[in-house]
Design a binder for this molecule. Structure first.
Ligand code: ADP
Length: 241
């Protein structure tokens, strides 16, 4: 094959795999939205037909409320991903204090940590990077949220921000359930979960880490995962300064 034919064939393969990825994503989204919607519809139908005993009305309404909340969270994540898919064209990078953003995340997630009896702390120094603050916030929030969700009661989550050479390093480390080595690269795929029912129980959408990965790519940041089953996980993001 001449070089042009090779190039065209490679482009064709790229187009096919992008189309396949879009198809998979659409199928996954439809499935993920359908499940809560079926629960909502089922509960609403029973209520409407007067098939629910007065003492159970509260439970049924609660189910409708929480399942619609799941759908809203999922749709919010899908919207974020589709913005990121556009290549971050409309994102403006500016001087961003990584420590301050981590501080804000701690403040926002502290009530969840308290509820789960998790010791949640931040240490380190102020480091300023050129970044999109909302996306850095997505990174810190999703990592901390996972570190709390996939933890044991009474465990801890330590966040640190430090400077290492020409990098600003954000580290989120937990004493939780850990991630099997063979799944560590897959957790960044859309809708990939190590344990689907556990993720669902703790309110996961399976999209958090794919948002993190995308946001990291926009910042030329590197991601490192260190994890041991039953002991915990550390995820480090190194941003160029
Ligand atoms: P989810 O919404 O399910 O949490 P994510 O994309 O954020 O989706 O994470 C993908 C999967 O990676 C999770 O379902 C979970 O199995 C695993 N995971 C992520 N973070 C951690 C962690 N800190 N400890 C253990 N498992 C984790």
């Amino acid at each position: 094959l001449d070089p042009l034919a090779i190039k065209l064939r490679a482009q064709h393969t790229d187009i096919l795999s992008a189309a396949k990825a879009r198809q998979d994503f659409t199928a996954n989204v439809s499935h993920e939205l359908k499940t809560p919607l079926q629960n909502i519809s089922g509960s609403a139908e029973l209520l409407y037909n007067g098939m629910v005993k007065p003492e159970d009305v509260k439970d049924f309404s609660e189910r409708i409320f929480s399942e619609s909340g799941r759908m809203i969270t999922l749709i919010d994540d899908i919207i974020k991903l589709s913005h990121l898919d556009e290549g971050g064209i409309d994102y403006d990078k500016k001087d961003t204090n990584l420590y301050e953003i981590a501080e804000l995340t701690l403040r926002n997630l502290m009530p969840v940590a308290k509820k789960n009896k998790i010791d949640f702390t931040l240490e380190g120094e102020e480091v300023v990077i050129k970044a999109v603050p909302e996306l850095v916030s997505e990174i810190t929030y999703n990592l901390c949220d996972n570190a709390i969700k996939y933890n044991y009661e009474g465990g801890s989550v330590k966040v640190s921000v430090s400077r290492s050479g020409d990098k600003a390093v954000l580290s989120v480390s937990d004493t939780g359930i850990g991630i099997p080595v063979e799944e560590q690269s897959r957790i960044f795929e859309r809708f990939y979960r190590v344990d689907k029912s556990h993720s669902r129980d703790v309110g996961g959408t399976g999209l958090g880490l794919s948002i993190v990965k995308h946001a990291a790519i926009i910042h030329d940041a590197e991601i490192e995962v260190i994890s041991k089953i039953g002991h915990g996980t550390e995820i480090k993001i190194s941003f160029p300064i």
